[in-house]
Design a protein around this ligand. Structure first.
Ligand SMILES: NC(=O)c1ccc[n+]([C@@H]2O[C@H](COP(=O)([O-])OP(=O)(O)OC[C@H]3O[C@@H](n4cnc5c(N)ncnc54)[C@H](O)[C@@H]3O)[C@@H](O)[C@H]2O)c1
Length: 408
């Protein structure tokens, strides 16, 4: 089939920072070569048509680097960037701006009748979430969020064992994710003020717990430490400890502690150190990012230019056995999966059945914004508890009744 006969998904991208480079860029580059194919929707092209960011400088650099690898794209920057991007007749758009700047861009995308993929945490409040879901329903488009840890083969196995009843009733557990100081000190210095590592990364585990074990979120507790990224009495957090309490249909409860930090010394062995333990009635699941992986030392390169514990499952660049260079992993797979969902809705059958196709994708809860309510409730509770602590009122407890959060 000639290029001109193939259907095209026209993609927009808001935010061209670290995560664009790690996951979206490899997806767009691989798809430019291979296309997107499935029996359900046929052979479809995906073009990154336009991007929007604050300054446009990284996008301009990428325009040069990507010439010949992907089709040319428009680069919009400044206050009207998103508005201008949305004039480019897009099929879907992705939002990868800092955590507290997801809502405005997502709202504008959905209001334009364009499918949305937003980075985690989708939004920071239930009110914002409900607003986005209402627009998506009114405009008949998908609103999806990226939780790539659900595609990690280890987490898929955990969920499979739970779903099959091999592991029975989770009672409690802990998760910890430690990031190096350069993340808070350099990478995110533009937007770190007033932010915390809990919202940024604990949310991965909130979703893992919520999606894997189900149940009803009842209570959220949180505390944190300050003094390294910002002043000891300010609103910017070095580390956070979050506790979630769930209740299940059986009437039994479970509690989960999630510890996060973005001030670990840059040369610590984990680089990004991730550990989980879940205790069941009849078993224990222990997961450790370093213990499952590789430790690599190269003089002059590790741990600063090259990570010494590389997660080759998330996103690695490889020389494939058949000679091809690739960049792949579950971080890229989750974007590819979303593009396939969009292709299925738009090209998976007659136009008269589009709504049924849309509904069938919305029922896939792993990524749908309509199924993200308990996660956003936990995030909003955490943000509000930390806000109270910064205002001199520490140790609040948040209770969630399925609709709203109340702070005590
Ligand atoms: N899926 C994951 O595991 C993962 C990993 C890292 C980051 N993230 C998420 O991705 C998002 C971005 O993180 P990052 O690490 O790429 O950040 P970054 O600071 O490296 O990049 C942010 C980008 O957003 C742009 N931007 C900022 N404000 C904007 C605005 N108002 N309008 C348009 N563009 C704007 C900046 O120009 C920059 O291109 C965050 O929400 C983060 O939580 C997800």
């Amino acid at each position: 089939m000639s290029d001109s006969q193939r259907p095209v998904l026209r993609a927009g991208m808001v935010g061209m920072g670290m995560i664009f480079d790690e996951t979206y860029r490899p997806f767009f580059e691989a798809t430019a070569t291979r296309g997107l194919y499935d029996r359900q929707f046929g052979d479809v092209d995906v073009h990154m048509t336009a991007v929007a960011s604050r300054t446009g400088s990284r996008a301009a650099k990428y325009q040069q680097q990507s010439a010949g690898k992907i089709a040319a794209f428009q680069n919009f920057s400044g206050d009207a960037a998103v508005e201008n991007m949305l004039k480019e007749k897009l099929t879907f758009a992705c939002v990868a701006t800092p955590d507290n700047r997801h809502f405005e861009a997502s709202k504008a995308i959905l209001e334009s009748g364009i499918h949305l993929l937003v980075e985690k945490p989708s939004v920071l409040s239930l009110q914002e979430l409900d607003e986005l879901n209402a627009i998506a329903a009114r405009k008949n488009v998908l609103a999806r969020v990226v939780y790539h840890k659900l595609l990690d083969p280890d987490h898929k196995k955990l969920r499979t064992l739970v779903a099959d009843g091999v592991l029975q009733h989770v009672n409690n557990g802990y998760c910890s994710l430690l990031e190096p100081r350069q993340i808070s000190g350099q990478q995110f210095s533009e937007w770190i003020t007033g932010r915390n590592p809990g919202t940024y990364v604990a949310v991965h585990y909130i979703k893992l717990i919520d999606f894997t074990f189900g149940g009803r979120l009842k209570t959220v507790l949180c505390t944190g430490q300050r003094g390294l990224v910002g002043p000891a009495n300010g609103p910017t957090w070095d580390s956070c400890q979050l506790r979630l309490i769930y209740e299940y249909e059986s009437g039994r409860e479970a509690a989960f502690d999630i510890h996060t930090s973005w001030v670990t010394p840059d040369n610590f062995p984990g680089y990004v150190e991730q550990e989980v333990q879940f205790r069941f009635d009849n078993g224990i699941w222990n997961g450790h990012s370093r213990k499952r992986g590789v430790e690599l030392t190269v003089e002059g390169l590790t741990p600063f230019k090259m990570k010494n514990t590389i997660n080759n499952h998330y996103n690695g660049s490889f020389l494939e056995p058949w000679g091809e260079r690739s960049q792949r992993g579950y971080g890229v797979e989750v974007i590819d999966r979303f593009a396939r969902e969009v292709a299925f809705v738009e090209h998976g059958g007659p136009a008269s059945e589009r709504v049924q196709r849309l509904e069938s994708i919305r029922k896939l809860h792993y990524a749908d914004l309509s199924a993200d309510r308990q996660v956003v409730a936990a995030v909003e509770a955490m943000e509000r508890i930390l806000e109270q602590q910064a205002a001199g009122n520490p140790d609040c407890v948040a209770r969630y009744d399925g609709r709203t959060i109340t702070l005590h």
